[in-house]
Design a protein around this ligand. Sequence first.
Ligand code: SAM
Length: 319
Amino acid sequence: MTPMVSILISMGQSKCTGYLAPVDFEADLKVELTLLGITMLETHGRLILCEGEAQDVVFAQDTWHDVEKVSYSSIGNAAELLRGRANRWSHYSLNNHRRAELILEKLPSVKIKRYNFLDPIPTTPIGVFSLLSESMMLVSNRTNCPLPFGEINFNEDKINPPSRAYLKLWELFTLYKIMPTPGMRVIDVGSCPGGWTWVLHNIGCDVVSVDKAPLDPRVAALPRIDFRQESAFGLRPQHIGKLDWFFSDIICYPDKLLELVTRFRDSGLVDNFACTIKFQAPTDFETMFKLKAIPGSKIIHLSCNKHEVTWINLKQNSK
Ligand SMILES: C[S@@+](CC[C@H](N)C(=O)[O-])C[C@H]1O[C@@H](n2cnc3c(N)ncnc32)[C@H](O)[C@@H]1O
């Protein structure tokens, strides 16, 4: 067996973590890392290698734990070095693409596939490697997301939903398993033309749907939808009553969203929240961090989020 030569990326550092930016969000990831006081060591494409243990970073689509530089002498040698370190492998291509494919062929690899809504997602962690040259590769035995690069691709429904926004909830419910259960009462604000309302109705919720614009008639005609055509910012929680979930995909400045969700949280009438924080340029990190700091919160950049992120606040996590 060939001995493995593994080099810690920064001499003197016990840990190195890789944060993979969503496509086109490398700059946002760098700003966030700087604001969090995380030291960046090297950038390789969308991957930023940093000092220290993995942190919760919003603009990281995926996080690579304990990254090492490993030297290899051949395709067979690379595969031999990797096998046994993880049960499933993926490859993040920087260069030497064909060579990397040949290495991957010799390993148990992750099959890239399209998922249906609520399909089970594999739970075994994925190892990832990336060739830096013909003799050196980056290796992480464990990444955060059970799908390569933190991305999920769906067999889309191109007929029924009135907008592609439904894919955000499909991802949240399928990949993150964060979702209401049938019979729950939910509100969807900024709901037009009705993609989210359509998903929430389909999973068995009673939906209060609010927008200044009308819903698509096919969604408005569904049985468990109470549509209110008005501004979400005029809503008073006491007039809506008890809600299991508050959903928002409303177009507004992040500080307006913070104001709205604070009003509903403070009322004590809502248990859980899932809201899109939509940014103008530049990204409003200040408000994003305020929302993240609310007990029970998590912020995710979903695969289908563009210049926006998804704030989740769960009652069960806020105690
Ligand atoms: C991105 S769209 C929502 C798409 C929707 N989630 C779907 O699945 O079809 C944003 C919506 O926010 C709505 N909106 C903007 N300001 C609003 C306000 N003050 N009150 C209610 N809705 C508002 C817009 O009318 C628009 O329909």
